[in-house]
Design a protein around this ligand. Structure first.
Ligand SMILES: [Zn+2]
Length: 275
């Protein structure tokens, strides 16, 4: 059995820091996304792990850090990684409406494609939202409350991605039972499964950001059962002390490398999984 891993970095830059929704206002970690990515490129090279960097489109336009650095984005791509869109300025998508969402999808794709000189296939929604996917029993009351008119849910996002030329998206949703179990501390393992939604190949996140024991359990399980596992982090967070810290990341990359050597794990980029 061979497990299959997709590794994402959400590259928010100061555009993301300025619109942080964590409750304590804007953050100033934008510069660290750039400087830490330079370190990440070395680690990923050392452990031979290609990743998908989901980048805000505005970062690919000319200008200075902590908002722009097209040269770095081009370098990430040249080192064999995939560049995905993470919105234009890290927009919260649910209340945007179709017209504005269309602009965000087109403009970010355009800016990134011109920067790397190649096609962009993949989209990673900022904040992992929309979360609302009624057909799967996933209902977000906050998304429904704030954005009553012309709300963007997962099926609508996928439809618009398809229309604007994307082929792949990372999505996150959970039905009430999964959310309830999580609330009481039971984190039932579920597969990161591929599914097609409105013409878009999607992969369903199966854990939170970072390289915790839980992420390692997901990895081990995927290897054992020949399933998919998705991990992700933020470059700026590797210098912190949390689950995305470099102290957690390096042993995780080492474990991945060991599984690759043993032919137990394959690393895939979303663009390789397009329909
Ligand atoms: Zn983000």
């Amino acid at each position: 059995m061979t497990g299959k891993l997709i590794f994402f970095w959400d590259f928010d830059t100061q555009w993301g820091g300025d619109v942080s929704r964590s409750g304590t206002g804007p953050k100033n970690w934008g510069m660290a996304d750039f400087t830490n990515t330079e370190r990440l490129l070395e680690y990923h090279y050392k452990f031979q792990v290609p990743a998908c960097f989901a980048v805000v489109g505005a970062a690919a336009l000319p200008g200075e850090r902590p908002y722009h650095d097209p040269k770095l984005i081009k370098n990430i791509y040249k080192m064999g990684h995939e560049i995905a869109s993470h919105g234009m300025h890290h927009e919260w998508l649910p209340p945007l409406g179709e017209k504005k969402l269309g602009e965000v999808l087109r403009n970010s794709k355009d800016a990134l494609e011109q920067c790397i000189g190649d096609k962009i296939f993949t989209f990673v929604p900022p904040y992992n939202q929309p979360f609302d996917f009624f057909q799967k029993g996933s209902i977000s009351l906050s998304e429904r409350k704030i954005s009553k008119q012309n709300r963007i849910d997962i099926p609508k996002l996928c439809g618009m991605l398809h229309q604007t030329g994307y082929q792949f998206a990372r999505i996150a949703y959970a039905n009430p039972m999964q959310r309830l179990l999580k609330l009481v501390g039971i984190n039932r393992k579920h597969k990161a499964k591929l599914e097609t939604v409105n013409g878009i190949q999607t992969i369903h996140l199966n854990g939170k950001a970072g390289f915790s024991t839980e992420a390692l359990e997901h990895l081990n399980r995927a290897v054992k059962k020949g399933e998919f596992v998705v991990v992700y982090g933020h470059p700026h967070s590797i210098s912190g002390t949390g689950l995305q810290s470099v102290e957690k990341l390096l042993p995780f990359l080492e474990k991945i490398n060991q599984y690759i050597q043993e032919s137990k794990l394959e690393i895939l980029l979303p663009r390789e999984l397009c329909i």
